[in-house]
Structures are given as structure tokens and as C-alpha cells.
Design a protein around this ligand. Structure first.
Ligand SMILES: Nc1ncnc2c1ncn2[C@@H]1O[C@H](COP(=O)(O)OP(=O)(O)OP(=O)(O)O)[C@@H](O)[C@H]1O
Ligand SMILES: [Mg+2]
Length: 543
């Protein structure tokens, strides 16, 4: 909501000129009515037709200005709102976004932004209709006060009855919006799991009929009912306004409240009012949908909007990263017990441990993506807090086990040089698989193992001091796996990189300077004479 107020404040001038043109349109509309009453209905001798044409021209120009302004304002709004939400997602911590879920965020980015902007577009129309109704009412009042009162009461009754219908519309639209979230989730699962569904017809049938179809049916039902009540409300307004025309004529003539001419003008005025009134009433659902959408976006609980990406200085000349009593727990079941570990610059450290022992969770803390529940991470003597977390992250490049491959070849400041790209493409044996043009990988549809090498390439080009790898070698063939442990890691170490790698490859444990063990949420360092043998024995006992 605050965004809308901010948006209106920033566009004060546009909004005021919009109101001005709305007012002009309404006034000219009323003048047109007066003209019909004073000249056309009274069958006057010298009809100033030129005046009539001018009125129509002004009416046309001012309403076109209003429409044009509205559409520019609307598109601008959608643009700003999208920018805002995407930036908020980029600023929101990982776990919070994961908790909300991709489907809900995608649904908000799609339908909620659209609905809010539609609502906002109807809002000025709503105002314009109100101005028109107000101006026409004054004219009605002037023609016959009694009939005006009668019309006002009649229209008030229409509004009250419509309120009941609108509550129903709101209820069903809100439910339909809930169904949208579920449907978005279905679409995502169907596309992500397309292979699994194609291979197993039974699973596809089950998913299609029991999950997707049920949600789609619920959405259909709720949208239909919402629209039904909305149409009922529109028709009710239309018919009752037509009834008002008849009633007004009857009362005016029966009780001598107005002449035939005046009664005709009043009838015309009511008919003239019909468009803004119906438009006003039919804009309610859009406004209600916008309200639902605003609530939905609020509930995503994304971080505050910050307009710019701040400039972050890299941490230079550091010696070690220290974990001091750092613990972490997920809201559910698992926690990592206090960890006390120093990672010195230039070290090659392996982390081993059973499935579910907390290795990846530790990596999330090391990369600064999870905030410790207690304890602190230090870079030398500097504790990492909210203030310097972004700086801390500049130390690290990572290839996660569920990595996403971005294709831009970014380096520390700007883009990576052609020489470095050529060197690493060659080193990672990717030079006949892909290339780089315009600072972007030209081809990324490679095998899983090759894609991981591409992810490694992108990470290495970033030229950051620490490389965190979560089971990087798991998808590599034996030859490349050996190459990774025996050639790539030693080369990186030689270049001064600090490497923290999660691994299960006991054949290569001797490549590491140090080995850490994760065990039921405890991270400890293997110490002693022959840690490589100890680690191998431990790994054998995992099964
Ligand atoms: N997002 C999450 N929310 C709640 N619990 C989680 C989440 N991710 C992991 N866990 C829990 O934390 C525990 C440790 O998970 P983690 O991914 O750190 O294990 P791991 O050692 O990396 O295992 P693996 O070798 O299978 O990759 C698991 O038992 C899991 O149940
Ligand atoms: Mg893991």
C-alpha cells in the first residue's frame, strides 16, 4: 500500500492534471445535457450548432487525454512494481524465499502485479465517474429538487444491495486467487518433472487428475461464481436504473414535479449517468482483486525495497575465516551444533560425512547464505554481521550441488579477459564444446558432468579468494575426477586459492591439507598421524 501512496506522491502533477481533465470531461458532459434541454428539446429557433460541435470536441479531447494519461500511468506502474518485487527477491535471504516457495512468488509476479495495476487504472475511472455523478446531480437538483432526492435514494438502495453482491464477488475471487498459487505449483512440477511424468503414465494420470485437475476445477468454480455475482450486480444496476427512468417520468408528470421537457432531460441525465454508475460499480471487482493482490504481495514478507545495488568493496589481505561457536537450526528437525573452526587462506580442506550429516548446511553458513542461529563468523578480527555480510560474500565463489548456470563470464571488475577464458576452457577440456562471445557462453546444453565444468569455469573466472564446492566431482567420469583432484585442485592451490570441498571420494583424500568430518550435525576436524587413512576408514563405516 505504501508503494501506491509513494507512487501517487511522485506523480502528483500527473495525477492532478488527470483530475483536472476528468473534471473538464464531466463538466462538458453536463453542458451537453443542458444544451439538449435548452435548445433541442425546446425546439428553439436558432440552435447554435457550432457551440454544440465545440462541446463535443472538448469532450472528445479531454476524455482522450484522460485515457492516454491512464494507459501511460498504468504501464509505468507495472514496470515499477515488477522492478521492485524482483529487486526485493534479490535482497531477501535464501531461507525466507525458500519458505514462501517459487510458485507463490511467480504467481505474485504474474497475476498480482497485473491485478494491482488494473485496480489502480480503475481507481481514476472511479474518481472520474464520481465527479461526473456529482456534476450531473447538481444539474438534476437544479431541474427538480424532489426528483433529485428520489433519484438519490433510489441509487443509494442500488449501492447497498450491490454491497452484498460485492462481498460475494470478493469471497470467490479471493478463493480463485488461492487456486492460482496451487496451479502455479502444478505447472512448475509438470515442467520440472516432465521426464518422470513422461516415463510413467500412471504418475502422469494421477498428477493430472488428482492434483492439477482438482485445482483447475476449483479455480473454474470460484471464478465462475465470482463473475456470476459480478454480472448479477451489473445487470441489477442496469435494470434498476432503467426502472428509475420510468419512475421518474411517472412521478414528474403525475405530481407535476417537472414539465415534460424537464422530465425528458432528467431521463436523459439518468441515462447519461448510467455509464459512470455501471462503470463505478463494475470497477469494484477489479479494485477488490487489486486489494487481494496487495495482501498477497504483503504476505510474501520480502525484504524492504532498496532501489540500488550498493557498491561493495572486496575484502583484501585477509588471513583466516574463523567459526566461533557457530550453530544453526532449520525450523524443522535438524540443527548444526556449535562449530569452532579456522580456515586459513590458501588451504585445501575437504569435508566428509554421511548423507544428511550437515555438510551442505555448513556450506550455506560458510558462504554467508544462512545466518548463524548463534555464534559468530570472523574474517581475521572482523565479526561478520548484517553490515558487512555482503563484503564477506565477495570472498566466495561456489558451485553448489544444485547449481544454476549463469552464462555471463563475469570477473572481479567487469568481464573476464579472453586469455583467461581461453586458458580455463582449455584446461577444463571444454574448448571444443562451447565458446564465449560478447562475454557470454555460446552453448550450455551439455552433459551433466560437462555443465558442472562450465559452472566451475564461471566460478573460477570470478577470481574470488575462496572456492566452495559441494560434491563437485560427483558427476565427473573417473578420468576427469582424477584430473580434478590431481591437477585442478593443486593448480588452484598453487595460485593461492582457498578451497573448501565436500567430497565422498576416499581415493583422493590425500590431496587435502585438512579433513573435516560432519557427523549428526557436529563438525570436527580429523587429527592425528594419518588422517587420510582415518578418513577412509570412517567413510567405509558410513554404509
Ligand atoms: N531446507 C531445509 N529445511 C529443513 N531441513 C533441512 C533443509 N535442508 C536440509 N535439511 C535437513 O538438514 C539435514 C542436513 O542436510 P544437509 O543437506 O546439510 O546434509 P548433507 O550432509 O549435505 O547430505 P548429503 O550428503 O546428502 O548432501 C538433513 O537431515 C535434512 O533433513
Ligand atoms: Mg549435501
Amino acid at each position: 500500500m505504501s508503494f501506491i501512496i509513494e507512487m501517487l506522491k511522485n506523480n502528483k502533477l500527473k495525477f492532478l492534471s488527470f483530475l483536472f481533465f476528468s473534471f473538464i470531461t464531466s463538466i462538458v458532459g453536463v453542458f451537453t445535457l443542458i444544451f439538449i434541454n435548452d435548445y433541442l428539446l425546446k425546439n428553439a429557433q436558432n440552435i447554435p450548432i457550432f457551440y454544440f460541435l465545440i462541446l463535443l470536441l472538448v469532450f472528445f479531447t479531454s476524455s482522450t487525454m484522460v485515457e492516454l494519461g491512464l494507459s501511460i500511468f498504468g504501464q509505468n506502474f507495472i514496470f515499477k512494481m515488477q522492478k521492485r518485487i524482483v529487486k526485493q527477491i534479490l535482497d531477501t535471504p535464501l531461507l525466507r524465499v525458500a519458505k514462501v516457495g517459487k510458485a507463490r512468488i511467480l504467481a505474485s509476479l504474474g497475476s498480482d502485479v497485473r491485478n494491482i495495476s488494473f485496480g489502480l487504472l480503475r481507481l481514476p475511472e472511479f474518481l472520474q465517474s464520481s465527479i461526473l455523478i456529482f456534476c450531473t446531480s447538481i444539474y438534476l437538483c437544479y431541474l427538480s429538487f424532489e426528483i433529485f432526492i428520489f433519484c438519490a435514494v433510489w441509487i443509494a438502495v442500488i449501492f447497498v444491495t450491490n454491497h452484498f453482491l460485492m462481498m460475494k464477488v470478493y469471497y470467490y475471487f479471493r478463493k480463485a486467487r488461492e487456486n492460482d498459487d496451487a496451479l502455479q505449483n502444478n505447472y512448475q512440477n509438470i515442467l520440472d518433472g516432465h521426464k518422470e511424468l513422461l516415463i510413467n503414465q500412471e504418475r502422469a494420470k494421477f498428477y493430472y487428475e488428482l492434483e492439477f485437475e482438482n485445482n483447475a476445477k476449483a479455480k473454474k468454480k470460484n471464478s465462475t461464481l465470482g463473475n456470476l455475482f459480478n454480472n448479477l450486480s451489473n445487470n441489477w444496476t442496469n435494470v434498476t436504473l432503467l426502472a428509475l427512468v420510468g419512475m421518474e417520468f411517472f412521478l414528474a408528470l403525475k405530481y407535476n414535479l417537472a414539465s415534460v421537457n424537464e422530465a425528458t432531460t432528467i431521463a436523459l441525465s439518468i441515462l447519461f449517468l448510467r455509464t459512470p454508475l455501471v462503470s463505478m460499480i463494475s470497477s469494484f471487482p477489479t479494485l477488490l482483486l487489486a486489494k487481494i493482490a496487495l495482501d498477497k504481495i504483503e504476505k510474501l514478507e520480502l525484504d524492504e525495497y532498496k532501489e540500488n545495488f550498493e557498491k561493495i568493496d572486496y575484502i583484501e589481505n585477509w588471513k583466516q575465516i574463523s567459526f566461533k561457536n557457530v550453530s544453526f537450526s532449520y525450523e524443522e528437525n535438524f540443527s548444526l551444533n556449535p562449530v569452532n573452526i579456522d580456515i586459513k587462506k590458501g588451504e585445501l580442506i575437504f569435508l566428509i560425512g554421511k548423507n544428511g550429516s550437515g555438510k551442505s548446511t555448513f556450506c550455506m553458513l560458510l558462504t554467508g547464505l544462512f545466518k548463524p542461529s548463534s555464534g559468530e563468523i570472523y574474517v581475521d578480527n572482523m565479526p561478520i554481521d548484517e553490515e558487512n555480510l555482503k563484503r564477506y560474500k565477495t570472498l566466495i565463489s561456489a558451485v553448489f550441488s544444485d547449481f544454476h548456470l549463469f552464462s555471463k563470464t563475469l570477473s572481479k571488475n567487469g568481464f573476464a579477459s579472453e586469455e583467461r577464458i581461453a586458458f580455463w576452457l582449455n584446461f577444463l577440456e571444454l574448448n571444443n564444446k562451447t565458446n564465449v562471445s560478447d562475454n557470454e557462453l555460446t552453448f550450455t546444453k551439455l552433459s551433466t558432468g560437462q555443465k558442472k565444468r562450465l559452472a566451475m569455469l564461471i566460478a573460477l573466472l570470478e577470481e574470488r579468494d575462496v572456492l566452495v564446492l559441494d560434491e563437485w566431482a560427483a558427476d565427473q567420469d573417473p578420468v576427469f575426477r582424477k584430473f580434478f583432484y590431481k591437477k585442478l585442485l593443486p593448480l588452484l592451490k598453487e595460485q593461492g586459492k582457498t578451497i573448501f570441498a565436500i567430497t565422498h571420494d576416499d581415493a583422493y583424500f590425500d590431496s587435502a591439507d585438512r579433513i573435516l568430518l560432519a557427523q549428526d550435525g557436529n563438525i570436527s576436524e580429523l587429527k592425528g598421524e594419518n588422517i587420510k587413512e582415518l578418513a577412509k576408514n570412517l567413510v567405509e563405516k558410513f554404509d
